[in-house]
Design a protein around this ligand. Structure first.
Ligand code: BGC
Length: 632
């Protein structure tokens, strides 16, 4: 009897184990033949016919796809992680990206075009020949390419507050991306920052959800430039869904950071009032891909929250496009990459920015599907959304290929960027009525660490992820060079970085100190007290000894704590991170353009005031140094 019972227990155990393990074994064997056995589409398949409605083309293409091909489409890989070029076709990969800094061997526009063409040629060899999405962070122009026009970072465009300008900036960015074969941009950033200590404030337009919504939609119109019958130019990616900018200091889940990748304490009503409206506006403006952030909301990482991704974004806001996760975002901080994949896909993530290990991801997806943990329907839904974006982009149809930009186009782009710089400047103080400057017969002394340093004025996500130091790329203009260019011929301009001019010569009429932050990106810019360095303060002091009046120009990605110093300064201008066209600063200094910019977020007087609530209340109840939308 006992013997029999044991037998039964053993039998049940073996049966259970077989039930669990067999599909896993099968997933790695020929049962899931990498060479698909699905129907072969005819040469005149409907999905290849550009006159057919997109929904019909998507349905047709999906009907030919194997499970492997569908999973391939959900896979986004950093281009340097491709083990061998053949893998693109072998796994039917859906998308590649150049993570910031991942440039071609020859970093020129034609080097980029050659690189993306080579990848597309590999994708064309796959059974169904589905083209790749190729993504990049062209967040202020196609700024990793030295020939590109590099615009002010978003915070400057927020200060300019001009939707038409933002649309033009985005349209030019699309033009420059297309010349390099990049069809997908991880922009615009729709985060709303409440704490200037966060290292990503400059990537955002403002802390005012209404302004973010307006400018975000304007950016989408320019970048995607949707035309009936012609689809869109470049796929935009509003990011980061959702609640970014509201994370608390010290809550980061990344041991190297403080705020970035932290926890957003917002309750549901704050989420609805502050963080969701910019994304709702982006969906209305035609967004077809949205990136989930690396933050945590409540108890869970956003990337695993079905209520947010599926119920709110896809159902309530009726988002028709696909949700892409952020860099390693699905797997960050987890013990089981398998379970993390299952959770994110079921929450609503459609494409995973792995960005490294595609083989494991593809294997896990197959197991999860065979074990019934991820349904066929969920996979089909994800693939349909991705293909919908690809068809809308016109990737399957012959499009006029973009040629390198003609020099006069480049000049037009630079002129627009220069005007964007002028519109973004905010005048905080002009006590002695010094500004605007006259262009004749004056002596100007210029100093400061950011006066003759294009690297500093571009900030990060420019050439390199963390930015560069020095006067490069070649066709850029530093603020000093701009001042020299715009000042009249009878104006004398002298430069000394430390402001160490001789005290034996007569004082200059005007001293201009251009000081501010060095570039930083993401959590590496989390900073307990954003302020000017001692060196910068010494430079201003030096300049005051040798000039009648001093103008301080702040080159910065965020408001700095200047409360103790500002009383001693005559005039103060915030230039944000203006990009390559430094002459835009001089245009306003010398009155060729008026000051029109206003602060896109409150300027705190102290760290104790942080965070500042979306309605403008400081944490300690005191008044900020300057309120949001201040500007003389
Ligand atoms: C950032 C995203 C960016 C992605 C791809 C991540 O680290 O959070 O904003 O789009 O990298 O470069």
């Amino acid at each position: 009897m006992l013997h029999n019972r044991r037998k039964i227990v053993w039998f049940l155990l073996v049966f259970l184990v077989a039930l669990l393990v067999l599909p896993m074994i099968l997933a790695t064997t020929s049962y899931f033949d990498p060479m698909p056995k699905s129907p072969i589409p005819p040469l005149d398949a409907l999905y290849l016919d550009s006159t057919q409605p997109i929904a019909a083309r998507v349905a047709d293409l999906v009907s030919y796809m194997t499970l492997e091909e569908k999973i391939g489409q959900m896979t986004l890989i950093e281009k340097n992680s491709i083990k061998q070029p053949d893998d693109i076709a072998a796994y039917g990969l859906g998308a590649l990206l150049s993570g910031s800094g991942a440039k071609p061997a020859e970093n020129t526009a034609s080097g980029w075009k050659q690189m993306t063409d080579t990848f597309q040629a590999e994708a064309a060899k796959s059974r169904l020949g589905i083209p790749l999405l190729y993504g990049s962070d062209a967040i202020h122009g196609h700024a990793h390419v030295p020939e590109a026009t590099i615009f002010p970072h978003m915070i400057g465009l927020g200060a300019a507050g001009n939707p038409e300008l933002v649309t033009e900036v985005a349209r030019i960015t699309a033009d420059e991306l297309l010349t390099t074969g990049v069809n997908w941009n991880f922009a615009p950033n729709l985060d709303t920052p409440q704490d200037i200590r966060w290292g990503r404030v400059y990537e955002t337009f403002s802390d005012d959800p209404e302004l973010v919504a307006t400018l975000g939609a304007a950016y989408l119109r320019g970048l995607q430039n949707y035309q009936e019958g012609e689809g869109i130019l470049v796929l935009a990616t509003p990011k980061h869904f959702v609640g970014l900018g509201g994370m608390g200091w010290g809550t980061s889940q990344n041991k190297d950071f403080q705020i970035d990748q932290g926890v957003t304490p917002a309750d549901e009503s704050l989420l609805n009032e502050v963080y969701l409206p910019p994304f709702a506006a982006a969906v209305d403006a035609g967004a077809l891909s949205i990136m989930v952030g690396l933050n945590t909301w409540g108890e869970k990482r956003t990337v695993r929250q079905k209520e947010l991704l599926t119920d709110v974004l896809k159902k309530e806001l009726q988002f028709k496009g696909f949700i892409v996760s952020d860099w390693y975002g699905v797997h960050e901080g987890t013990r089981s990459t398998f379970l993390a994949t299952v959770a994110a896909i079921n929450a609503g993530v459609d494409m995973v920015m792995l960005p490294f290990d595609y083989e494991t991801f593809i294997r896990h997806m197959k197991w999860a599907n065979r074990l019934g943990l991820i349904s066929d329907e969920r996979i089909d839904d994800a693939v349909r959304r991705i293909l919908y974006a690809k068809f809308t982009l016109g990737l399957f149809d012959t499009r006029v290929s973009s040629e390198a930009l003609a020099p006069n186009q480049t000049r037009q782009h630079q002129a627009l960027a220069r005007s964007a710089v002028a519109q973004s400047l905010v005048l905080l103080k002009n006590d002695r009525g010094t500004l605007p400057l006259q262009r004749t017969d004056i002596k100007i002394r210029v100093a400061g660490s950011a006066a003759d340093n294009v690297g500093k004025q571009m900030g990060a996500w420019s050439i390199e992820w963390q930015g560069i130091d020095g006067n490069w790329p070649p066709n850029s203009t530093s603020i000093l060079a701009g001042i020299k260019e715009v000042a009249g011929p009878t104006t004398q301009v002298e430069f000394n970085q430390q402001g160490a001019f001789s005290t034996d010569t007569p004082k200059a009429d005007i001293g201009i100190a251009v000081v501010g932050e060095s570039p930083y990106a993401e959590g590496w810019g989390d900073n307990a007290r954003p302020s000017l360095s001692d060196e910068d303060l010494a430079t201003i002091n030096n300049l005051q000894q040798v000039s009648e009046t001093v103008i301080v120009i702040l080159v910065t990605g965020r408001p700095l704590i200047i409360t103790d110093d500002i009383d001693g300064w005559d005039s103060v201008i915030v230039a944000w991170l203006p990009g390559t066209e430094g002459a835009g600063v001089a245009d306003v200094l010398f009155g060729k353009q008026p000051f029109t910019g206003t602060l896109p977020l409150p300027w705190p007087a102290s760290i104790a005031q942080l965070p500042i609530s979306p309605s403008g209340e400081t944490s300690d109840g005191t008044t900020p140094l300057f309120a949001r939308y201040f500007g003389l």
